[in-house]
Design a binder for this molecule. Sequence first.
Ligand SMILES: O=P(O)(O)OP(=O)(O)OP(=O)(O)OC[C@H]1O[C@@H](n2cnc3c(O)ncnc32)[C@H](O)[C@@H]1O
Ligand SMILES: [Ca+2]
Length: 493
Amino acid sequence: MAEQREMKAPWHSGKMLCVAIFFIAAVITLVAISVVQNKPIQQKYKYGIVLDAGSSHTALYIYEWPAEKENNTGMVRQRHYCPVKGKGISSYAHNSSGAGLSLMHCIEEAKRKIDPAKHKETPVYLGATAGMRLLMEQDPKSAEKVLSSVKDTLSKTPFDFQGARIITGQQEGAFGWITVNYLGENFGKAAGTMGALDLGGASTQITFVSNQPIESPDNSMDFRLYGSDYQVYTHSFLCYGKDQVLKLALEKQLQSGETLLQDPCFHQGYSQDKQFKDVFDTPCVKTINKDDSKENFTHNGTGDFAQCQSSIQKVFNFSQCTSSRCSFNGVYQPPVVGTFGAFSAYYFVMNFLNLTGQSLEDTKRNLADYCKTPWNEIKQRYGERVKEKYLSEYCFSGTYILTLLENGYNFTEDTWRDITFIDKIEGSSAGWTLGYMLNLTNMIPAEAPDTPLMTHGGFVILILFLSIFLLVLLFLGHRFLGRPSCSSPKDIV
Ligand SMILES: O=P(O)(O)OP(=O)(O)OP(=O)(O)OC[C@H]1O[C@@H](n2cnc3c(O)ncnc32)[C@H](O)[C@@H]1O
Ligand SMILES: [Ca+2]
């Protein structure tokens, strides 16, 4: 017995040491595997640049996303925004080289914002919208020259230039819809998608998933995104952006050949001399100035919301419709359904007027009060912080937005509550640019990406659990079998 006891002590401590070493080695190995396999030590980011060459101005957006997760919904975020100084590229029709030059400041900013090691692999796209569509209609040679100028500038940057083109109204609407639903992480979810309302300077888009079959193929787009099928209704109204509609409304009031215009959409006390050519010199205005002996007219305000609304209604044609139902100008539109995000000028204007989140009735009452306010008072209240041109036009723009939504698209007191005026979602601007880039970089899969079997945290817990289980197993083995598992044969005598 004494001999046996003497033999057991060294074997016992040797075995315990052996078990401990085995356990520690197992934990280290498994945790190392978990770190290497389940989570990269350093997140690698990728970047993409889109220039939105709008009718009123150009803006550069930088997007970034973690390289390993580029197919997951909601991973791409806006990293930087740079507004180009001056007007949109279509304003360079008579000085085309200026169009490319105007982008340089934002390109330099992008070079500083993106790691130089990533410049070569960063795609850059330019998409032009309604301003260039109109210029292409009016003066195609100048439009081509402007496009060449921006292509020339962008191809000389260190980035991977992928093209500068005029996008269609359908694309503009559809990519805006993709952007808001990608950022809202609505794809592949049972709750459904959000419609998109974009109001620019020269065109406006409405895009949503209808609950009825779409009667007109021109207004229908099919997508399969993240494992779900979507049939989207979309329409872009060229000339119904807020700058062009202002011209249409002035044209209607100037038709009598008057040189004094009493405009209910501008504040009482507002008075400016304006040139006829600023109203008539656009392909959106089909009539010509009948009396070209006069260059100027005086634009006075009378500040009357109800009269302003009737004057704006005249720019819509509600009488002809060859489909079962129309919005305006004979364009087919199914009834609006679901929630809507309204961005760009919808947001700028309604946010300034403090008219977001109110009922349709309250919105109208408050806008009527605003329009009634004399111009002097408006200037005193806001003149310091808002550009005078924008300030003078908010009554007109707000009334146009209400008329377009209520009389144009047929939103009612009820469905008005489904509209949210939005600027950004999770820090990224609502607009077509993100959806455009996601599409061109193939970052929206048709099927839902495979979900990882387990989260990183879950994996580490599993490893720890397995380690403890191993330890218990070894302990029980020692206790009941009484055999050392890693001693040398010499020890077991
Ligand atoms: O889509 P298109 O029609 O090509 O035009 P855009 O892209 O240039 O149009 P934006 O959405 O940038 O702007 C829409 C309009 O809102 C105007 N705008 C921009 N900022 C504004 C602000 O703070 N307040 C009022 N209006 C503003 C701008 O001049 C345009 O007339
Ligand atoms: Ca736009």
